[in-house]
Ligand binder design. Sequence first.
Ligand code: SD4
Length: 329
Amino acid sequence: MKNSLTRRSFFKKATGIGGGLLSLFGLLPSNGFGQSGRYQPPVVISTWDHGLPANEAAHKTLSGGGTALDAVEAGVMVPEGDPETHSVGYGGYPDEEGIVTLDACIMDWQMRCGSVAALQDIKHPIKVARKVMEITDHIMLVGEGAKTFALRTGFQEENLLTDEAREWWLNWKRNLSNHDDWLLPEDTHDTIGMLALDDQGRVAGACTTSGLSGKIHGRVGDSPIIGAGLYVDGKIGGATATGRGEEVIRTSGSHLVVENMRHGMSPQEACENALRRIMQIYGDGIQFQVAYLALNVEGEIGAASLQSGFQYALYGAGKNALYEGSYLL
Ligand code: SD4
């Protein structure tokens, strides 16, 4: 399978440490390669540094009596609404045509799920995904149909392309050459995936993104696909993914992580095993990032990525802090 950098620059958030604690005050002993932490509920875990304010919102919802489902929705709405976050919601970098298209899904402990893909002009796709889950007997709506559904159910149409994101797009277009191909759009792997376990032992998850910047118009990644970007089983736990969505879809990543836990792996082992599935496809020389987070119903967490630099935010034991997951390459 072709895996070379032939088009746009590879973006990698190296932090220079080998997996572990990023905050001096954090509690997580996840300095990589098989260790995991276990926390009394409520627990909230989410991808990347924008997970910190997102976790705060989720935890506040739980403290106010909200369920794990309410918490993950409220949590991921924070980066969705933040124009400074260029990989999720409003302010997200656009596709090749300069259009912001959003993917999101949500799932709870009762196997209820909802999803939207390639949604335009609606700021909070996660709320639309929850609506799909709650008021229809469908799971996934896409494109124009998803937007029509959103407008009919009370969402407002809004321009999601900020001046900053447009500037990025113009600059990116300027730098494309005739020799570029379609293999690798810019790898801006900052989707937010969030998992929460409430104090009644209920687990839920949400995943939302503007996808790979500069993607072909119409491209859908893993994030809105139940079983790929997110999966939850109320008896086992949940998993969510970030990074190159094509590889997550190819391996049914989040479902694989949850099934691994069902068969006895710890969340950490389950994440690492799912990443190895990708490594088996490519052999040496992987130049993209994929990362998984997992949380089981016991409050144990796992976090692992292919490359270094994967950060996640954990709200556990009363603290919200940023960590780096273990990495395999
Ligand atoms: C996708 N997984 O659309 C997303 C991209 C991303 O962090 O940024 N993930 O493939």
